[in-house]
Design a protein around this ligand. Structure first.
Ligand code: BMA
Length: 887
């Protein structure tokens, strides 16, 4: 009853909508500078996709089209639209043109009169067009200048060099992305093409009103009182309302009421306020009784509360509202002394729980943002969750993602480390640039800070390290570049972030040394120190099976190696002559210098190359091997970081985060990703699911001893058994087992097995050459019966050396439908089959496991379909293969 009354109350209260909006999205006209091209232009969208729709360009990702289409980014383009507005709109005292994003350099006219300009794709523009808009037909024109010429001009007029000037030639990119506030990777990256898109990439509309309206609302959860309460007491929200005063005279003050309404909580709060030029933003604290906390996936539920904030102007009764979903959580970045170690810890506590962050790095999901659908985003983010990922770093060379991305993260429980969009470069700091950045940071922090999923801000990607390590020859005038660095990330970005009181930690760079970086004046002596902050670690010359090559940091926020996408993904953008590892196409797609050779070298450390004489089979086999090799590298490295959660070695360790590089792809090309462009899981992504499993059994060998570690997230382990099995490559059953009983507190890693390897292999009768003859698996059970962790293999020799491995015959013995979108597949093998790979052909979906070591005669795997299909269709397109099929 009370609920009903509240609804009626609230709906009566929302009497007169104060704002009229008039959508300008849809079809415009697009022309190039000399008028030779004049085609329909879609808004939101980009020139490239318009040229595709008009048949002037074909698939920009096809073969070498990225090179052929470079002219598009070098042109100037104009979008024009004529529209007729209703007279009520023109009659309003204020008419604003709101553009949520222009990419990038643009002058805007309405009826031929300049109304605004843009130099930053990351800001929202609100321009007053009251005197310009007329009854009847109006014409809006957005004239874009080429981002390539703009940045080149800015570069040449800047008083000194701001490096790097151009990307390495292998990237086929454009120069000087650092001189334009645009997606930095849109000029090319070491995994992506340079198209430099142009367009009205976000919504554009008119907004008309008489009295002031609500422009934005932020709702930030905070803890009041004792911050050591366990768990924290949710419910407190700091709600800030930002008003658009319109043409309210500067000496006038008006009375208004604000209704804060939580429809699902039967909770409302009404405030009387006064709005004037000195009060164009007002904060109110509210306490929502009985609110529950929001947790990252795996730690609790993702409780979200719809919130509606309505402003009602007393004199006119006009209202304007904003809605969102809020979550209550509290975040702390703990940097404190660690006993027996120099340096400081670096970990996140969420709702007072110290969390080992398991995740990856996110890059733009397409070179053309308008092509990314909700279903693409859902697919990628759900794939993250399905692989036990609960964290993503939105990397600083891409874009601040759209609202939908963060809404999905809120719902799924994916925590977000949000970079500001600066990467791998020095940046200009002239007044014009800094004020543009200031505008960007104000807007983005305001737009994003209400999302419970966002847990940290970080000012840039690798710029502190680049400066300290002299990546771009900045030592020629270190002080200048250091001052510039501090001016931008500390003077501008940090100042604004702190002023917005988002309650979140701010990191000045990634990697950085956290508090030590600050103490050392913001450019640390060694930003890669393992004793402080986070590290990025890439080593393409080491053997990735050698865990001693890995650092023992507090937090690993980037590490990775490349692989190639599957043939299924590559096929549609290539032709037969492209299908070899050293074809012009393959080299063109490989944007990482020496990437091809590095991948091959890593494969050859442990595998023989395929032996097929058929060049297409050979190519496909090699693609598969690149994925096997990558999956293993990242598995070894990530398990190393997880084992170090509670372990210190010579003061190094207590690692509390592993974000491998990178989750997704921007196109079909070799990269560090675990998911291919289009959504298909690489073998790595299946391995991610296992190595990020909430409970993990992980082995390593050091000084001829075998170690077994148990890692557990939220569960205390009682009466657990750690079962180590020794297998020979010839048998489908273990030769010997050791079981260690143990108990373990949640949120920890623990060594539960340490045993001379030789003894064990002797007991297992692995013969005179035991390492290539046998391998080890580890798994954790409860009460010797319930399996708690995946069965985790540890190889004792390279696959090029193993003894006894036969060529298995693997059969798909049955496929049956268990749910509308779930199928059960049974496989049978004649002998041990490493890296058993199921392929659903053209059918979209993912398996419960894949790329696995098949070591029992029969195994069941579930297929989760992403599109509708019959059992027959699946059975017909399903294939299975394994490593030995290559030889
Ligand atoms: C780091 C990242 C990216 C890059 C990756 C692989 O530098 O921040 O810039 O794509 O490594 O090289």
């Amino acid at each position: 009853m009370l609920f009903f009354i509240l609804i009626v109350l609230a709906s009566c209260w929302l009497q007169t909508n104060g704002e009229l909006t008039f959508d300008l999205n849809g079809q415009w006209k697009l022309t190039n500078s000399n008028g030779s091209i004049s085609i329909p232009g879609q808004v939101p969208g980009s020139v490239h996709t318009d040229l595709i729709s008009s048949g002037i360009l074909s698939d920009p990702y096809y073969r070498f089209n990225d090179d052929l289409y470079k002219w598009v980014g070098r042109e100037n383009w104009t979008y024009t639209h004529s529209f007729t507005v209703p007279s009520e709109l023109v009659k309003k005292h204020n008419v604003k043109l709101v553009s949520k994003g222009l990419d990038t350099i643009a002058n805007i006219t309405l009826n031929g009169i300049p109304v605004g300009s843009s130099t930053n794709m990351f800001v929202r523009h609100v321009w007053d067009v009251t005197p310009v808009l007329k009854v009847g037909e109006n014409i809006i024109q957005v004239a874009f200048e080429s981002p390539i010429t703009f940045s080149a001009t800015r570069f040449s007029s800047y008083p000194y060099d701001v490096p790097p000037d151009c990307p390495p030639p292998v990237q086929h990119g454009f120069c000087h992305p650092n001189f334009i506030r645009k997606e930095q990777s849109s000029f090319s990256w070491d995994w992506g093409p340079g198209f430099a898109p142009i367009g009205i990439w976000k919504d554009i509309y008119l907004e008309a009103f008489d009295d002031p309206i609500l422009r934005d609302v932020t709702a930030i959860s905070y803890e009041s009182g004792n911050s050591v309460s366990e768990p924290p007491n949710p419910g407190w929200l700091n709600i800030t309302m930002y008003f658009d005063l319109g043409n309210l005279p500067s000496n006038e003050s008006i009375n208004a009421t604000v209704l804060v309404w939580f429809p699902t909580m039967n909770y409302t709060k009404i405030f009387d306020i006064e709005i004037d030029i000195d009060h164009d933003q007002i904060s109110k604290q509210v306490f929502v009784p009985k609110a529950e906390l929001w947790y990252p996936h795996g730690y609790g539920s993702q409780t979200l509360y719809p919130l509606n904030v309505t402003l009602k102007i007393s004199r006119s009764g006009e209202t304007s509202s904003r809605s969102m979903k809020v979550g209550f959580r509290n975040v702390e970045l703990v940097q404190e002394k660690i006993a027996n170690s120099t340096g400081l810890s670096f970990y996140f506590k969420i709702n007072n729980i110290p969390i080992f962050i398991k995740g990856s790095n996110w890059i733009p999901a397409d070179a053309f943002q308008e092509r990314i659908t909700r279903s693409n985003l859902t697919g990628l983010l759900q794939s993250a969750i399905d692989a036990n990922i609960h964290a993503l770093r939105v990397w600083g060379g891409g874009v601040y993602e759209r609202d939908e991305f963060y809404e999905l993260c809120d719902e799924l429980g994916i925590i977000v480390w949000q970079d500001f969009m600066f990467a791998c470069a020095m940046y200009p700091v002239d007044e014009v640039f800094r004020s543009s950045v200031a505008e960007e940071v104000h807007y983005q922090v305001r737009r994003l800070s209400s999302h419970p999923s966002i847990i940290a801000w970080s000012a840039n990607n690798e710029n502190e390290k680049a400066l300290r390590k002299d990546w771009y020859d900045t030592s020629r005038n270190f002080t200048r570049y250091e001052n510039d660095y501090i001016a931008l990330y500390i003077g501008v970005i940090r100042e604004i972030v702190l002023s917005q009181a988002t309650g979140l930690p701010f990191m000045s760079s990634s990697p950085s040394n956290g508090l030590l970086t600050e103490m050392q004046g913001w450019v640390a002596k060694d930003p890669s120190s393992v004793y402080y902050g986070d590290v990025h670690y890439y080593n393409y010359s080491a053997d990735c099976w050698d865990v001693s090559s890995y650092p023992k940091p507090r937090f690993a926020s980037e590490y990775g190696v490349q692989s190639w996408p599957s043939f299924r993904t590559l096929g549609p953008v290539s032709i037969a002559t492209d299908w070899s590892y050293s074809s012009a196409f393959s080299n063109h797609r490989q944007h990482h210098m020496f990437g091809q050779a590095q991948i091959l070298a890593q494969i050859q450390r442990h595998f023989n190359l395929p032996s097929s004489k058929d060049h297409l089979v050979y190519f496909k086999d090699l693609l598969y091997l690149t994925q096997v090799s990558q999956a293993l590298c990242i598995k070894f490295e990530t398990e190393h970081y997880r084992r170090l959660q509670s372990i210190l070695v010579d003061g190094q360790g207590h690692c509390m985060g592993a974000l491998y590089w990178q989750l997704n792809d921007i196109w079909q090309a070799p990269s560090w990703s675990s998911i291919e462009y289009g959504g298909q899981w690489k073998m790595l992504h299946y391995y991610v699911k296992d190595f990020f499993s909430p409970i993990l059994a992980s082995g390593m060998i050091q000084d001829e001893e075998l170690y077994g570690y148990s890692v557990t997230e939220t569960d205390n382990l009682v009466d657990a058994s750690f079962v180590t099995s020794i297998w020979s490559w010839t048998d489908l059953k273990p030769k010997y087992q050791v079981t260690n009983q143990f108990s373990q507190n949640a949120l920890s890693s623990k060594m539960v097995l340490r045993i001379p390897l030789d003894d064990l292999l002797q007991k297992a009768a692995c013969g005179s050459n035991p390492l290539p003859t046998c391998f080890v698996t580890m798994v954790i059970y409860h009460n010797n019966s319930t399996q708690l962790s995946p069965i985790n293999p540890l190889f004792l020799s390279s696959f090029s050396d193993v003894i006894g491995l036969k060529k298995p015959v693997i059969r798909i013995s049955s496929v049956s439908k268990v749910l509308t979108d779930e199928f059960l597949i049974t496989l049978k093998t004649s002998s041990i089959a490493p890296f058993t790979w199921l392929d659903s052909g053209g059918l979209r979906g993912r398996f419960s496991q894949n790329g696995f070591l098949m070591m029992t005669p029969s195994i069941s795997v579930t297929f989760f379909a992403w599109e509708s299909m019959s059992t027959e269709e699946l059975a017909n397109s399903l294939t299975v293969s394994s490593l030995m099929d290559l030889y």
